[in-house]
Write a protein that binds this ligand. Structure first.
Ligand SMILES: Cc1cc2nc3c(=O)[nH]c(=O)nc-3n(C[C@H](O)[C@H](O)[C@H](O)COP(=O)(O)O)c2cc1C
Length: 365
């Protein structure tokens, strides 16, 4: 039971969003930080979670992917809850899983501000955050303090943790840096996402090249196996790819991920392309960073369809999902799960509720 989707939608778009977008002189990052703080506070109170969940969260279609039981097929994409502080809030806002991070082995401040730009007429964002986060040990401690461990359901939903390369660590030493994050964070995650596709860390995307990716994924899978020992399933490792790879490059990624034992792929991260911007916002196209939201929808869907056609590995579809029918298109193209970032910002919890409703309706039809 939740409020009807149109009521949720109107409430967010007519009341909450205008106030949010105007706060702090319209600075997107300041309001983001404040919202995460609020969600962290509210999420830590059981009665608030129950009340918000009752109003905003609609039950979705349960599924099992990579051995993990998901309550619904729509999740929160990486980058929204970079330090995992609001982890307890996401279920009440309608999500069936949450991907936290990206976290790096060493804490780092990220790029200089301003580094997020809203493009409302295009339904988009451009960001060049650069993995600002407190580091793997701090995040592990904060998850431990909330009692969140692999498989125990303490967050109310499955938790993915996205790991990336520390900026100061050279690309040639990336494997050890990722391994260090894996060792620190593995006890607290239901799956791990290897981020090799952010455009905002110099050289990171070169880790998507066949040889480099093979070494990295094989090392992470081997370490996950070692940590699990015998008798426990190793932590599933997903690899997140960029939408700017060609089909040939995607085929190589698939081959490498399959051979190295990855559990699945996440497609896609933000794009360096600038197609599809509203004419009034074309002036922002020059801002460095990754573009997300509506202009990315077509390419992300194309990438998911291409991957799903060529593999049995599960694909998590993400990119430009701003309405429930676009999530259904991702499922129809072969995605096992979907994630939201920009669409959630513009549409609010109504989007997750709308996707869950439609997904469940289609199951029962
Ligand atoms: C401000 C911002 C920060 C992001 N940070 C991360 C990140 O840290 N790690 C990551 O894998 N993806 C990150 N992303 C990418 C999203 O997870 C997602 O892949 C992308 O935005 C496309 O989905 P969307 O169109 O629904 O936003 C970020 C996106 C935005 C807008």
């Amino acid at each position: 039971m939740s409020l009807p989707v149109p009521v949720l939608r109107l409430g967010y778009e007519k009341l909450i969003r205008p106030a949010l977008f105007a706060a702090y002189g319209g600075d997107p990052e300041s309001i983001h930080e404040r919202m995460i703080e609020l969600l962290a506070g509210a999420g830590s109170r059981q009665w608030v979670r129950s009340l918000v969940g009752l109003l905003a969260a609609a039950p979705g279609r349960p599924t099992r992917v990579a051995g993990i039981a998901f309550g619904s097929r729509v999740g929160l994409a990486a980058g929204m809850d970079k330090d995992a502080s609001a982890v307890l809030a996401w279920r009440a806002l309608g999500f069936g899983f949450a991907e936290l991070g990206t976290i790096t082995a060493q804490g780092q401040p990220g790029n200089d501000r301003p580094r997020i730009f809203r493009l409302p007429a295009s339904g988009a964002l451009i960001n060049r955050m650069g993995f600002n986060n407190p580091g793997a040990s701090a995040v592990a401690a904060s998850l431990a303090a909330r009692g969140i461990y692999r498989g125990n359901g303490a967050a109310g939903l499955p938790v993915g943790i996205s790991i990336g390369k520390t900026k100061l660590v050279p690309v040639a030493e990336a494997i050890d840096d990722y391994l260090s994050s894996l060792r620190t964070l593995a006890p607290h995650a239901d799956y791990l996402a290897v981020n090799v596709s952010s455009p905002n860390t110099p050289g990171l995307r070169s880790l998507q090249d066949g040889g480099a990716l093979a070494g990295l994924v094989a090392a992470l899978v081997a370490e996950a196996q070692e940590l699990a020992g015998t008798g426990t399933d190793p932590l599933p490792i997903f690899v997140k790819v960029a939408p700017d790879l060609s089909f040939d490059q995607l085929d190589e990624v698939l081959e490498v991920c399959t051979a190295a034992g990855a559990a699945g792929l996440i497609a896609t991260n933000t794009t360096l392309a600038r197609n599809g911007l509203a004419p009034t916002e074309a002036g922002l196209a020059d801002q460095a960073g990754g573009l997300s939201g509506a202009p990315l929808a077509r390419r992300a869907l194309e990438v998911v369809a291409h991957l799903a056609k060529n593999t049995d590995l599960p694909i998590i579809g993400v990119g430009g999902i701003t309405a429930p029918h676009l999530a259904m298109a991702m499922f129809d193209a072969g995605a096992a799960l979907v994630q939201l970032y920009t669409g959630f910002l513009y549409r609010g919890p109504a989007l997750a509720a709308g996707i869950n409703r439609l997904d469940l309706d289609r199951l029962h039809r």
